[in-house]
Design a protein around this ligand. Structure first.
Ligand code: SAM
Ligand code: SF4
Length: 329
């Protein structure tokens, strides 16, 4: 699949559920309204859709959410997609998780062919963790990370940088992750969906974080790119890899290789734009995968050049109305 700007689309992110067992302050309001079950694709439908994308050239697939591991019987989907890793049709099957259920599922994930997992941990202080996630239990997440490492999964930690909340702790998070041989990536908050908090207060530009980090770490730029928004450095002192995701800057759109599918079968060609394609209607109207393939091609032909995120005091409203938990982070 090649879009109108010559970009090869080889990476699909799939949000398998909009539901979650946490309520992170930057992601959802506490009393979040979730989608009616009838709107959500069955696991079989998700599998068929993913298969259609793989048939079209998708090589990397990430399952996310909401919290992917709270979807009932989600392991069936992992197992089916994992078979495509074993046959070589897929290069990689990964997931992004809050870690709460990793203790239960790490072994099975590894068995299904998953090799790498992204786990979101914004703080190592249990009380602060509870404040940020509202419902989360840090020791359980840390035990999940232990289980995942024991199962042989490679882990990358995702940290959303939050002004006045975890900014002072970022150096410790980096040392902790690198001491455990985990990559770590810092993420700027994105203005997506209504939450109960003031985003301009949460927003902490990573340029400031990086300048602070430079006072205690020597960061060597690396050419490593994943086709995604992260830029990486190697930290000399800890010998680990540190990524920065600055979605509000436009530095990554030109190399964007991904599209995102929601659990209702809506394909978003860009995280920061409203334009989408309703693949559920096509999927449910025809069992012919050629029809589905044509709908995917049409959607890719509409992939925009870049996003329109703005966050400042004059624009204190979400640039994109949908929550990250719907589109998948
Ligand atoms: N529940 C899983 C988790 O938390 O890792 C997967 C879904 S979550 C939406 C994926 C990632 O998006 C997480 O790392 C989360 O911290 C991040 N995220 C959620 N809302 C965000 C926002 N408004 N701005 C930036 N990152 C956000
Ligand atoms: Fe749930 Fe992930 Fe959103 Fe937190 S960031 S509420 S864990 S989906």
């Amino acid at each position: 699949m090649i879009d109108p700007f010559g970009r090869h689309i080889s990476y699909l992110r799939v949000s398998v559920t909009d539901r979650c067992d946490f309520r992170c302050v930057y992601c959802m309001p506490e009393h979040m309204t979730f989608l009616p079950k009838a709107d959500v694709l069955s696991l079989e439908e998700l599998d068929r859709l993913c298969g259609a994308f793989i048939g079209k050239g998708v090589r990397k697939l990430r399952l996310t959410g909401g919290e992917p591991l709270v979807r009932r019987e989600v392991m069936k989907l992992f197992r089916s997609l994992g078979c495509r890793v074993k046959t070589g049709e897929l290069e990689e099957l990964t997931l992004t998780t809050n870690g709460s259920q990793l203790g239960r599922f790490a072994g099975e994930l590894a068995d299904c062919g998953v090799r790498r997992v992204n786990v979101s941990v914004d703080t190592l202080d249990p009380a602060k963790f509870r404040d940020i996630t509202r419902w989360g239990d840090l020791p359980k997440v840390l035990a999940g990370i232990d289980a995942a490492q024991e199962a042989g999964l490679k882990i990358k930690i995702n940290v959303v940088a939050l002004r006045g909340v975890n900014d002072q702790e970022i150096p410790d998070l980096i040392r902790w992750a690198h001491a455990r041989a985990m990559d770590i990536t810092l993420i700027e908050t994105m203005p997506m969906g209504d939450v109960d908090a003031d985003r301009t207060e949460q927003y902490l530009p990573l340029s400031l974080v990086k300048a602070e980090l430079a006072k205690q770490f020597t960061m060597d730029a690396t050419p490593e790119r994943t086709g995604g928004p992260a830029r990486y450095v190697r930290v000399q002192e800890t010998k680990g890899r540190l990524g920065f995701i600055t979605p509000l800057s436009h530095n990554f759109c030109e190399s964007c290789n991904r599209v995102r599918l929601t659990c209702t079968g809506t394909l978003y060609m860009c995280l920061g734009q409203e334009d989408s394609a309703d693949l559920r209607a096509v999927l449910r109207a025809s069992s012919d995968d050629a029809v589905l393939g044509a709908a995917i091609d049409e959607a890719i032909s509409r992939k925009p050049k870049g996003h329109d995120f703005i966050i400042d005091r004059r624009h204190n409203r979400p640039a994109v109305a949908r929550q990250m938990s719907l589109t998948g982070g």
